[in-house]
Ligand binder design. Sequence first.
Ligand SMILES: *Cc1c(COP(=O)(O)O)cnc(C)c1O
Length: 840
Amino acid sequence: MSEPTHAATPETLSPQAQRELIEELLKKVGMNVTDIEEDFVNYLYNMLGRNLASEPDYHYKALAYAVRDRVMKLWKQTWAGYHQEKSKKAYYLSMEFLIGRSLSNNMLNLGIEDKVDLAIYKLGLALEHIEDAEADAGLGNGGLGRLAACFMDSCATLRLPVMGYGLRYEYGMFKQLIQNGHQIEAPDHWLGYDSYPWEFQRREYTRVIRFGGVSRPYRDHQTGRLTVRWEDTEEVLAVPYDVPIPGYKNNTVNTLRLWSAQATEIFNFSEFNRGSYFEAVSSKAEAENITMVLYPNDASENGKELRLKQQYFLVSASLQDVVAQWIEQHGHNVDDFDTHNVFQLNDTHPSLAVVELMRILIDDLGLEWDKAWKITSNCMAYTNHTLLPEALERWQVSLFQKLLPRLLDIIYEINTRFLKQVAMKWPGDNDRLRQMSVIDEHQNVRMAYLAIVGSFSVNGVAALHSQLLKDGLFNDFYQLWPWKFNNKTNGVTQRRWIASSNPGLRKLLADTIGEGWITHLDELTAIEQQIDNHSFRQAWIEVKRNNKKRLAQLVQQDTGVVFNPDSMFDVQVKRIHEYKRQLLNVLHVIHLYTRIKRGDTANWTNRCVLIGGKAAPGYFMAKTIIKLVNNVADIINNDPEVGDKLKLAFIPNYRVSVMEIIAPGTDLSEQISTAGKEASGTGNMKFMMNGAVTIGTLDGANVEILEAAGEDNFFLFGLKTDEVAELRHQYHPQSYIDSDHDLQSVFNLLESGHFNHFEPGLFDDLINGMKSPGDPWVTLADFRSFVDAQQQAATAFRNVERWTSMSIINSARSGVFSTDRTISQYNEEIWKLTPVGDGD
Ligand SMILES: *Cc1c(COP(=O)(O)O)cnc(C)c1O
């Protein structure tokens, strides 16, 4: 380094002047149309080296950077505010964040959509096309992951100091292609060739995660205290990438921190030095494998070693991060840690957080067990998402021994102490001990039990679901700790699911009742006062019609099937799973087809049925259901006798950005799971908000949707939870076929091979499943009441006045299904955080 050689060396500014200069320079990131235009052009031409004639992908990138610049200052302010106030913070730990697209949502929340729209329009471009170029961030399977994304939006909008922690999968949810009616999975490299514009690598917060090795007891020579060291481990780096989460026009930007696995340099060096170049590179690849791909199983576990590694990786990185921030602020005294921090576990996937926090407190910070346990169990809260036994996570003790030996020690100790408590409560009751043990008879760790034992709050995600947890699955634990159990009915954010995805409805609402509903969805009830207002009703019909046209266009583009917007749009989109009963839907479609074929079409309601969703790649039955839908669609859509009376399409690659077009264009929302199996559902809420009427069973949040909408505005059918449970003892599907001509006709057609002429036996497993007394989903038991409810829906739809009222009422009464309500309840009853800042 040499001194500057200028004759007159310029003086360095004082720190104060430096701050003022920076402040002044940052003001250039203005909010006017010309400011945005300038930055967009600058990014497009100078950074990306492209021009106005380039592909929309470049326009998207340039605009994303320009919008992103408008987030940065608020983001830093929010972060600083949270740290200054030393306020209590919550951390949402989730293996999935199904974010979808961010551009339009961020513009909406920053309140700059109109300006951006104008800036882009002046340059001869269409904002819609630019938005369409954004790939979905598909870091989740379905409802659970989308819930986490909606929660982040509401936390920011409510100015709550909540940070999301997740994984930055290189490959998100697979892309679903349909070839010859079959699902084909293609990799989803959502990050694109360069980088994702909404993320910021934060190398300085890198954490070291350990796997393998052994745990060795060891006596500290000075204190004489017996401690344990976890040694000879392999280490992997967790590098954070931060994604900004802006609240709605409130100057708050929260953080979603996603961890990416990287090999440690040290660990590679030693292998290189030993001359094993190949091994060094392979072990680097192996380390980085941890965050390579999202497991595409929804509501079923797969027991793969790599999945457990992912779970621990998330939990360890996040807890180390929080504890490091604590130490930075408060020093090594963790006495008040549990009054300042709370962790919400999104299902059992991150439930190792209980064990990892114990490890950190005991091994790293030297706490005694009792104190560590008091802290840990006071700051963990667990959300259960399913009652399906196949979805309950269990991990083999032997796998823990191999991957996480130190954690296994701690799990054993937790269990030993817990079982003593059980024995105190129920002396001599060995069945209880066996039933409640965190380690089961087959040497598996029951992750749900671990989560319950280690948490102060256990919640289900809809009223019915939370009740069933107390009565059934977790009844023993409920008897022991009734105060832990509570309900938090899911929701969805109206910012994305109305304001951003349904601009027509947004405008009508704004013109009628203003925009208060964007942050206070209850205000939607005010539109019920317009229910007799002719021009409002006409406008309502017009909005729905335009949305149906938009949806029809998408369907035609993706499937070739032509939907007539005059028909009823009858939609079931969600993961393909037997319990969700897409099969029941198909049986009804086949039933309508047989009616058309026999000329039973008096007072017919034309109907377009849309089904969509991904099947887990290893889930044979679900994949066969997709094939069946496509084969039935082929027959129906190509039968000239059917015409507009009935259409069926399977929309490929169902995802968030597709749902944004589907929900606004739907008339009838299919929520037809076997009662007692769907924990909540959130698709049902998106549809309701957008004025669809539900046909559904008394399951999950349908119960609450029915209660809100009123029974005149909901098509209820099917057995109730207790009736299903009762029936399962003596279920005779054949008797339903024998006693119902319609069902008989459907099965005759199915079994004749009408839908699989050149593929004999293709659907035998599906058919036999439904006809088996062991069918857990009792599909045939609900056929008759489903068909009757469908007939009621069809009749109601033909009465435009009636249907319009039902549609308006559904929307008007959907306020309770905002995640703003859900998150307020999490906060008031579990987290107890104080909103930060004043929002101006
Ligand atoms: C809302 C949503 C889901 C959840 O749908 P359910 O009907 O509640 O199962 C799944 N996937 C996507 C893409 C969604 O947007």
